[in-house]
Design a protein around this ligand. Structure first.
Ligand code: ZN
Length: 53
């Protein structure tokens, strides 16, 4: 059974499930382990998106 995983691209931690720390940008959903990671992403989304490719 393929389980979808989510990666917190700010702290680079794998998340086993969706969290409520969610940001939607350009039709993509980004999940974060905690509100502070989410905040960092919102301040400078391009920086983190670039790192993931
Ligand atoms: Zn995080």
């Amino acid at each position: 059974m393929a389980k979808k995983k989510y990666k917190d691209i700010v702290c680079r931690k794998w998340l086993s499930k969706e969290t409520k720390n969610l940001v939607e940008k350009d039709g993509k959903k980004y999940y974060f382990c905690c509100p502070s990671c989410k905040e960092k992403f919102e301040k400078d989304p391009e920086k983190y998106i670039k790192l993931v490719g």
